[in-house]
Design a protein around this ligand. Structure first.
Ligand code: PEP
Ligand code: MN
Length: 265
């Protein structure tokens, strides 16, 4: 796969490439892990942006809740070593300030934050006067209005470069997917925001490695603009979301074996 559009620079350019591929660990764990993941991802030549969770909104207490601000300099190192811009999840105003202070290039709002207008507003307020791209995940429940509301709050704060991440919707009990894709909701969101980037997050939809490729391919067949997929240098021993992560090299193979749209090749 060759780059459809030359990698542009600057805030406008960061989300412009098609397909846009974001990858990296669910959570930043150690400096070595972050830097190694970044350089191995960059070596595949298939990845545009490095992702890493610094503050982790875990469903229940007691599990790893993120390395916190001390991980942000690791991302600076990873960026220097790999040349990849970096993306981090933010859920509070303070996290926005800290991330920007450490040169994070792209911010994203997680599914557990999109459900809460107070939190989204707090993040939006911290973004006023800042020119940074923001990706907004769908809320964990299948409520399109909440997703749209979050987009509106961020847009009203003056953010021009907004993208959407479809990560599926939670339901009770054991199901095939960790989060049901409910593709029609993502398609409807794109219909209402035709000019906005829409990328798919197979990792959080699947919750497991074996069906990642099928979901990623389906998203591309449905005309999504790109993918965000978790990767880790030692997936089985990841501190969060171990079952769904893949090595950087597997990620590279997966991106290579996806059948892309003609205009992307
Ligand atoms: C994540 O991206 O690691 C994450 C916590 O995702 P979500 O907000 O989709 O659950
Ligand atoms: Mn995760």
């Amino acid at each position: 796969m060759e780059q459809a559009i030359e990698q542009a620079t600057g805030v406008e350019g960061l989300l412009q490439k098609r397909p846009l591929i974001i990858s990296g660990p669910c959570s930043a764990e150690t400096e070595e892990q972050v830097v190694q993941t970044a350089t191995r991802l960059a070596a595949t030549g298939k990845v545009d942006i490095l992702r890493a969770g610094i503050w982790k909104p875990r469903t229940r207490p007691g599990s790893f809740e993120g390395i916190g601000t001390k991980g942000l300099p690791w991302l600076q190192q990873a960026k220097k070593a790999s040349g990849l811009p970096v993306a981090v999840e933010v859920a509070t105003g303070k996290q926005v300030e800290d991330a920007l202070h450490f040169d994070v290039d792209v911010l994203w709002i997680g599914a557990r934050t999109t459900v809460n207008p107070f939190s989204v507003q707090e993040v939006a307020d911290a973004l006023k006067g800042v020119d940074v791209p923001v990706l907004i995940k769908n809320p964990i429940n299948p409520d399109l209005e909440l997703w749209i509301g979050a987009v509106e709050r961020v847009a009203k704060a003056g953010i021009r470069n907004i993208g959407l991440i479809h990560r599926g919707f939670s339901s009770y009990g054991n199901t095939e997917y960790r989060n049901a894709p409910m593709w029609h909701l993502a398609i409807e969101m794109k219909r209402r925001n035709p000019d906005m980037l829409l990328i798919n997050d197979p990792s959080h939809i699947c919750g497991r490695r074996d069906i990642l490729m099928d979901v990623a391919q389906k998203a591309i067949d449905l005309d999504f603009d790109g993918l965000i997929i978790e990767s880790h240098i030692d997936p089985d021993n990841a501190w969060s979301d171990a079952k769904q992560q893949i090595t950087p090299e597997k990620l590279g193979e997966m991106i290579s074996s996806i059948i892309w749209r003609k205009e992307d090749i």
